[in-house]
Design a protein around this ligand. Structure first.
Ligand code: GFB
Length: 320
């Protein structure tokens, strides 16, 4: 099938206020297309009638489905109903309304936590549904697996060009820096920054510090999303990552270097480690011709600059 040409298209970025959606909007603004967005106050994406009415009126040609209820290990484990219901509702409403309103191309964004907890590493796309999930995020993972299956089902039954991409752990501008609900990278950046300002001798890290994670800057993800909107036509989801992993302790050390913190780290064993290792195999994406460009050190510096410019000292977003 020929490449999906973005020129002159009306492209809806669902979830444009989130870190991923905002990055996709920034990236698409360099293309000759019209970007559609809708605020949450106007359309609650968990309500089918509202989504259908808006899409019937707006008639986008393409959709990047970046809307989701997301959070780190603690938020996932403590808010299972929201993580399951919100994400299932958002996906099924948008995917079905996309079919009914004649959307030509849809890119659904998932997460690397869809793969089995103990999948062989690096994780191949084919390992989906071959083993039990990581319990701390199974609610979110089940919803994201359902999203992949919806795209596959609408492809199979109705011939829709609906595809899925699975990014690894993401970070960057517009991330959530709230210490309880955020992912590890923004949490450690905020904690280490505060420890430096308050001249604290040490920073507490959840778990053992030994889990391995892969971190992709959200601008890289946005670039991959636009690439895949054009090029990806497969029924199997495609992994998006860097191919590089780091331990949580190693990440804390890298952040300390970026922030200029010279103290030590303590480890809170009462907090969960989650999956021991999560490194995506990115050969399929590389074969299509895409590679990540932002190394972790550079991404950390850029994200820290954004944090300093946009968030107040106590981590609360300033009014912009
Ligand atoms: O990023 P994170 O919350 O989520 O945690 P996952 C990654 C690792 O960092 C875990 C440790 O081993 C945490 O225990 N960690 C250390 C911390 N200190 C902190 C801290 O202060 N805050 C946080 N949040 N973690 C999520 C899933 O898994 O990844 C989601 O729950 C989603 O479903 C997302 O897939 C990408 O990488 O473990």
């Amino acid at each position: 099938m020929s490449e999906f040409d973005l020129t002159g298209r009306r492209i809806w970025v669902a979830g444009h206020r989130g870190m991923v959606g905002a990055a996709v909007v920034r990236r698409l603004s360099t293309e000759s297309c019209a970007i559609l967005t809708v605020p949450r106050t106007e359309v609650d994406l968990r309500r089918q009638a509202a989504v259908e009415a808006w899409m019937t009126k707006q008639r986008p040609d393409a959709v990047v489905l970046a809307a989701a209820t997301v959070g780190g290990i603690q938020a996932n484990a403590s808010r299972p109903a929201e993580f399951l219901y919100d994400n299932l509702a958002i996906e099924q409403n948008i995917i079905d309304a996309a079919y009914r309103s004649g959307v030509t191309k849809l890119l659904f964004l998932g997460s690397s936590c869809i793969y089995p907890r103990l999948a062989a590493q690096p994780i191949d796309e084919e390992s989906l549904l071959t083993g039990p999930l990581e319990p701390t995020n199974e609610w979110y993972a089940i919803a994201k697996i359902a999203g992949i299956k919806l795209c596959q089902a609408y492809r199979r039954q109705y011939g829709c060009r609906f595809v899925s991409a699975m990014p690894t752990n993401l970070y960057g501008p517009e991330d959530n820096f709230d210490l309880l609900s955020s992912h590890v990278l923004p949490a450690l950046l905020a904690k280490i920054h505060r420890a430096k300002i308050e001249k604290k001798p040490s920073v507490e890290i959840w778990g053992s510090g030994t889990p391995l994670r892969e971190f992709l800057h959200v601008d890289d993800l946005a670039d991959a999303a636009v690439f895949l909107l054009r090029r990806h036509e497969d029924d199997v989801p495609i992994n998006v990552g860097t191919g590089v992993e780091v331990s949580i302790r190693g990440l804390a050390e890298a952040i300390a270097k970026t922030v200029g913190f010279t103290g030590s780290f303590t480890f809170d064993a009462s907090k969960p480690d989650g999956t021991p290792r999560k490194l995506l195999k990115v050969d399929r994406l590389a074969a299509l011709g895409w590679r990540s460009r932002i190394p972790l050190e550079q991404g950390l510096e850029q994200t820290y600059r954004w944090y300093l410019e946009n968030l107040s000292r106590d981590g609360v977003r300033e009014r912009r």
